[in-house]
Every structure is written in structure tokens, then in C-alpha cells.
Design a protein around this ligand. Structure first.
Ligand SMILES: C[S@@+](CC[C@H](N)C(=O)[O-])C[C@H]1O[C@@H](n2cnc3c(N)ncnc32)[C@H](O)[C@@H]1O
Length: 188
């Protein structure tokens, strides 16, 4: 994976879009992925893979016929991912998460089973976040999920509203720097 120091430098340089200078801990990643049934063939989307720390854990768990489509806007992280992840099950796009429905349509994908996001929603413009979540809900299968971590509860209310108020559960992971909240959202 991208060396810690290189990740740190790139994240600091782009703090507004990276949202953090430390990659997620294994405790956070484990909790983020625990509601996904990896025994099935799945179509998954990841937003903001950066150095691929969550991506590699998704790939370890995914079945041979599953697919993962990653959206990463940072050119340095994108280049690192394309050079280092050699796996036929993955498509890495240098695209904003906003374009999820458009990009999936181009690939002939109508629906997805789960979206795993580490986007820094609390630091992004409100209208961009809303567009990302609405476009993601459009392509999620009924009863499928969206999981997102955040360092504050700032985006809890907007996310709750977008997911019909009751279809959202909160978790907390202390063993991460900084400690993080996990939002588990379900499309009904
Ligand atoms: C907090 S970092 C996530 C790092 C890594 N996934 C982890 O959990 O350690 C957020 C990532 O989201 C990316 N990002 C920010 N806005 C984005 C957008 N609109 N679309 C896709 N990726 C975006 C940033 O470039 C950065 O790599």
C-alpha cells in the first residue's frame, strides 16, 4: 500500500478533499464491512479508496464473480491504485462519486448491492453530498446498504432524512485515529 508517509503528505496537501491524514484502522474497516454478505456474488461500489486500505480488505472477502467499482478523484491516489491493484474484479475510476449513476450506466450496471464510503461528507459542499447520496440511492437494490464513516455526527441528520428517517443505524469505533462513527444506511 502507499507508504504511510506518502499518504500523509498527499492527504495534508489535499486536506479539504481527503478529510483525514491517517488511513482507517483495521478495527474500523472490520466494522464497516461486517454487514455485507460476502458469501454471495455482489456488485459493490467504494467511494474514496485513497491508498486502497479498505479496497484490499473488500477484495480479500469478495467472491470470484463479484465486482468492485471504485471512485477516487485524487490523481495521485488514482495512479497508485491503478498501478498496485491488479485484480480483474476491480474497476478504478478517476471520477467523482457524484457521477455514480452515469458511470455505472456506461458499464451496463443497473443496480448495486452495497456502497462503502469514506468520503469526508462533513467537509464537502452540502449540495454535492446530497447529489452523491441521492444518486447512490437510485442505484442501490431494495434492502441493500450504504455504509459511511465520519469523525463527527454532523452529517447524521441529513443522511437520516435522505434514508427515510428510520433506516439508519449508528456505531462507534474508538480504536481509530480519530475515533469514528459508522453510519449503516439501508434502502427500503
Ligand atoms: C478520508 S480519505 C479515505 C481514505 C481511505 N479510504 C481510508 O479509509 O483510510 C477520503 C478520500 O475520498 C476522496 N474523495 C473526496 N471527494 C471525493 C469525491 N467527490 N469522489 C470520489 N472520491 C472523493 C479523497 O481524494 C480521499 O482519497
Amino acid at each position: 500500500m502507499l507508504k504511510q508517509i506518502a499518504f500523509f503528505k498527499e492527504a495534508v496537501k489535499n486536506i479539504k478533499t481527503s478529510g483525514s491524514v491517517m488511513p482507517s484502522s483495521r478495527f474500523l474497516i472490520k466494522k464497516m464491512l461486517r454487514n455485507i454478505d460476502f458469501s454471495k456474488d455482489l456488485i459493490l461500489v467504494e467511494f474514496g479508496p485513497a491508498n486502497g486500505i479498505i479496497t484490499s480488505e473488500i477484495l480479500k472477502r469478495m467472491s470470484a464473480n463479484s465486482k468492485l467499482i471504485c471512485f477516487e478523484i485524487n490523481p495521485v491516489f488514482y495512479q497508485f491504485l491503478t498501478e498496485n491493484i491488479k485484480d480483474e474484479r476491480v474497476i478504478i475510476l478517476q471520477e467523482s462519486a457524484e457521477n455514480i449513476s452515469l458511470e455505472l450506466e456506461k458499464k451496463g450496471i443497473k443496480e448495486i448491492d452495497f456502497c462503502i464510503s469514506s468520503l469526508p461528507l462533513a467537509m464537502m459542499p452540502k449540495e454535492v453530498c446530497e447529489k452523491i447520496i441521492k444518486n447512490t440511492i437510485k442505484v442501490l437494490k431494495p434492502n441493500s446498504g450504504f455504509v459511511q464513516y465520519q469523525y463527527s455526527l454532523q452529517y447524521y441528520k441529513p443522511l437520516k432524512n435522505l434514508f427515510n428517517k428510520k433506516n439508519i443505524r449508528l456505531n462507534f469505533v474508538f480504536l481509530n485515529f480519530p475515533p469514528a462513527f459508522i453510519y449503516n444506511c439501508e434502502k427500503k
